[in-house]
Design a protein around this ligand. Structure first.
Ligand code: ZN
Length: 167
């Protein structure tokens, strides 16, 4: 296992689009292991492959309190959405900033597991938010894109300030 380096906004590579996974081999298992290790180390609830510069459609998710319920999602597709929720979101590529984003309240996800087997799950609450946020990454979409221009500007300024304090 190895920690991967996470791209930080505004790295243009965060705008790349990921391609479907077609080969389910040891190399894929290694990528997924490394993604989970990286996500747990960063205290995130989700990580998309694009954030670690791997342009394949892979998500590592764990919204449990125990941090011991990893959900590996490959080639995800939302096949049903219902309702609206409006909750604060953060992102490992935007450390230290949080903003409310409008998302579907409930969804049904169709995806594949590590072995290429299809599965479906119903999600709501934080898990539904996380799935939608991470799936956006696979298409080069960031949570800042869902905000008004004013809020985007405010978030950029806040990020600059945080970076000045950190480095
Ligand atoms: Zn994110």
């Amino acid at each position: 296992m190895a920690l991967l380096s996470v791209l930080q906004y505004p790295d243009p590579k965060l705008r790349n689009k990921a391609l479907p996974v077609t080969v389910f081999d040891d190399k894929l298992r290694q990528i997924v292991d490394d993604m989970f290790e990286t996500m747990y180390e960063q205290n995130g609830v989700g990580l998309a492959s694009i954030q670690v510069d791997i342009p394949q459609r892979i998500l590592a998710i764990d919204v449990s309190d125990s941090r011991k319920e990893p959900l590996c999602v490959i080639n995800p597709e939302i096949i049903h959405r219902e309702g609206i929720q409006y909750e604060h979101e953060g992102c490992i590529s935007f450390p230290g900033v949080y903003e409310k984003v409008e998302r579907a309240a409930k969804l049904r996800l169709h995806a594949m597991d590590l072995h290429g087997k299809s599965f479906e799950i119903d999600a709501e609450g934080l898990l539904a938010v996380c799935i939608q946020h991470e799936m956006d990454h696979l298409d080069g979409v960031l949570f800042i894109d869902h905000l008004s221009r004013l809020k985007q500007e405010r978030m950029r300024k806040k990020l600059e300030k945080i970076r000045r304090q950190t480095f």
